[in-house]
Design a protein around this ligand. Structure first.
Ligand code: FCB
Length: 459
């Protein structure tokens, strides 16, 4: 690690330090101010879809407590806050006139952030599609991409004077393949063909929205992908999974083409008719930042006769190897070195785009312990070690030439972790869901010092 004379590893002076959240995971207030239903309302209210029948109806009640939450962010010294905008608050049925009251919430949030010197990073789509659009076919329908661009522009019209950085989509791989192929996420459909169609229309929506926002004067445009290093001895297996997870989105968005492996697999699952002439040029808009959501690597091996992984159509004869080393409470392997590999690779293969880690973090079994003040403490040394290790990897990647501009921890608050409900705690701030009391964990206090120091302690 590069170190300064006082012995502390330092990040670049303008490095962006922050945290991230998403609308459905924290806001609650699902029927406030004319909000329409989203696919996650429907899914979480369908028995058997989410652990213990948890829903986002109340979540962290951030819709009502946003001012307190922003104060907390300021106390932690955050420079940036990534949040997402709930499309069904803006257009309750996914089309037509804007619901001014719904937009008003984000207007107040942005002003509160700016008032405390925190840069707002808005994501336009973090999985809460208006249910009315799903009823028309959702992301398997081409029209949804055009609806998304209209919505994006309407939000930008109101907030573009105060938000510099606009991210179109969060993790389209997850929306498409967990939502439409394996069905473990909303809307819960189970068809590989639907997965590939959804992926393409999400990409098209990204391109249309990016182009519209650019014309409207957006300062900085981003696309956030869940990316991971694929490990294994068998080159063909590694390349196939890398194509499905990483290059299926990187190459259309940044190179204007699909990887051959993806075209071949998609052709065998419903065909390629949904990809029209000119689409790839629309998708391939210049963007300023690639948002990297990184949690863990994936290890694969060749295994003749193995059926395809339900999340990855086309992976017959490939085994997804379970982790053998340390894992988080999600069961995800803890391997910071593979973040360095990923960042260096991205800057090598796509040098024109800056990188921002838009999510990195971990769930562990946290609990409140008594302390002498009576307020309680949450000791989470495993999370501190996780974040420290990944920041060291990020620092090493910068030293090796990666154009990494910032790091946003997932997440500010414990929240609704999709199909796992409230059982998985990713926050650096503990939330008692019965009282809504917030309590910064030890990791939050540690992160505050990292930010103050603009780096890690020691070598
Ligand atoms: C990512 C999501 C985010 C959160 C983390 C743990 O895939 O973008 O909402 O659930 O995983």
């Amino acid at each position: 690690m590069m170190s300064s004379p006082d012995g502390f590893g330092r990040f670049p002076d303008d490095f962006v330090w922050g945290t991230a959240t998403a609308s459905y995971q924290i806001e609650g207030a699902v029927s406030a101010a004319g909000r329409g239903a989203s696919i996650w309302d429907t899914f979480s209210h369908t028995p058997g879809k989410v652990a213990d029948g948890h829903t986002g109806d109340v979540a962290c009640d951030h819709y009502h407590r946003y001012a307190e939450d922003v104060r907390l962010m300021a106390d932690l010294g955050l420079k940036a806050y990534r949040f997402s905008i709930a499309w069904p608050r803006i257009q309750p049925t996914g089309a037509g006139p804007v619901n001014a009251e719904g937009l008003g919430f984000y207007d107040r949030l942005v002003d509160e952030l700016l008032g405390r010197g925190i840069a707002p990073y808005a994501t336009l789509y973090h999985w809460d599609l208006p249910q009315a659009l799903e009823d028309l076919g959702g992301w398997t329908e081409r029209d949804t991409a055009f609806r998304f661009a209209d919505y994006a522009l309407a939000v930008h019209d109101r907030l573009g004077d105060r938000i510099r950085t606009w991210t179109t989509l969060n993790e389209p791989w997850v929306s498409a393949f967990l939502g439409y192929c394996s069905g473990v996420h909303a809307p819960g459909r189970r068809s590989p063909a639907a997965g590939f169609r959804a992926a393409h229309h999400l990409l098209l929506g990204h391109g249309l929205a990016a182009s519209a926002l650019r014309s409207a004067g957006a300062a900085e445009l981003a696309l956030t992908l869940n990316l991971g290093t694929i490990l294994g001895e068998d080159e063909e297996a590694v390349a196939r999974v890398d194509a499905l997870l990483n290059r299926q989105f990187l190459d259309p968005a940044l190179r204007g083409r699909y990887p051959e492996e993806v075209l071949e697999i998609a052709a065998g699952h419903g065909g390629l008719d949904h990809i029209r002439d000119g689409d790839l040029a629309v998708i391939n808009q210049p963007i300023d930042l690639l948002g990297v959501n990184y949690y863990c690597p994936t290890t694969v091996s060749r295994s003749p006769g193995e059926p395809a992984n339900p999340d990855y159509p086309g992976t017959e004869d490939i085994r997804f190897v379970p982790p053998t080393g340390p894992v988080t409470s999600m069961g995800w392997p803890i391997e910071p070195a593979s973040l360095e590999t990923l960042l260096v690779r991205l800057s090598r293969d796509y040098p024109e785009v800056g990188l921002l880690i838009t999510e990195n973090g971990a769930a562990f079994e946290d609990g409140v312990t008594d302390d002498e003040t009576g307020a309680g403490r949450v000791h989470d040394p495993e999370r501190i070690a996780f974040l420290d290790g990944h920041l060291r990897a990020a620092h090493a990647a910068i030293a090796a030439g990666a154009d990494l501009r910032g790091y946003l921890v997932w997440s500010l608050l414990d929240n609704f972790e999709w199909a796992y409900g409230y059982h998985k705690r990713f926050g650096i701030v503990y939330v008692d869901f019965s009282t809504q009391r917030r309590l910064p964990k030890d990791s939050a206090l540690w992160y505050r010092e990292v930010i103050q120091r603009n780096g890690l302690q020691g070598e």
